[in-house]
Ligand binder design. Sequence first.
Ligand SMILES: O=C(O)C(=O)Cc1ccccc1
Length: 311
Amino acid sequence: MSATRYAYLGPEGTFTEVALRTLPEAATRELVPMVSVPAALDAVRTGEAAAALVPIENSVEGGITATLDALTGGEPLMIYREVLLSITFALLVRPGTKLSDIKTVTAHPAAQPQVRNWMAAHLPQAVWESAASNADGARLVQEGRYDAAFAGEFAAATYGLEPLVTEIHDAENAQTRFVLVGRPARPSAPTGADKTSVVIWLGDDHPGALLELLQEFAVRGVNLMLIQSRPTGEGIGNYCFAVDAEGHIADRRVGEALMGLKRICPKVRFLGSYPRADVSVDEVRPLRTGTSDSDFTEAADWLARSQDGRI
Ligand SMILES: O=C(O)C(=O)Cc1ccccc1
């Protein structure tokens, strides 16, 4: 039963649901809306759902902290896929509401930086309150709790609302990245255009600790795509780092970088290696000289021969 269920950040009508429906297998799964990202991930942990789709990063504000924190703590989970979605908001209201009637507005916190300038220009007096998701904001407008919600235009019909303004986005080409998360298992094989996500805890506080962490990637020619610090919860100044690196854990340069981190850091959590949604294999940046799998193999053979005196 659970193998057929995919949880997502609900309720019905979120961007997350739209992103989930772009996955071919979604057509054959039961899609289950959940009230929050932690609830969606816990449904996977308990086995209620086989996987969950949750927002993790947007191109305007960076990492979505609630998701990063829910993946950093608790029983380990792994990312198997990513989905990129272009985001533009509509201002949804109960039929008949005019712009001048709007005193309160709601949406998911990640929406705010994407509509802030528009709000300052068009609704300077309106008070903002956060909702659990954009669709949940629309539901609260339907219930009369707020005057307007920023959400996908497609959510209007579900909640009996009308789009008063459409195509709202402060930044052109704003995108949100979603990840499909499941229980730990062997990652799918490398495609040649992959990404690896890890969370890394720094050890004792000393000058250059972050540089040492970054060097493990740099010396092996591994490019980073995201680095986001998050407090560990163990007092001011204690941070861990959520990092996305180009490549797959089965690529030698990535595996060696992770081994390097494992040696120097107290804790490293592997969050998965999965195909990149932003580029295809022929668009991936060329490898730096000396960092291909065969370069690593030849160097290991040379070392073994040298250790044997077979020079
Ligand atoms: O999926 C949604 O609708 C969400 O509430 C998360 C979100 C927030 C802002 C932009 C895209 C997705």
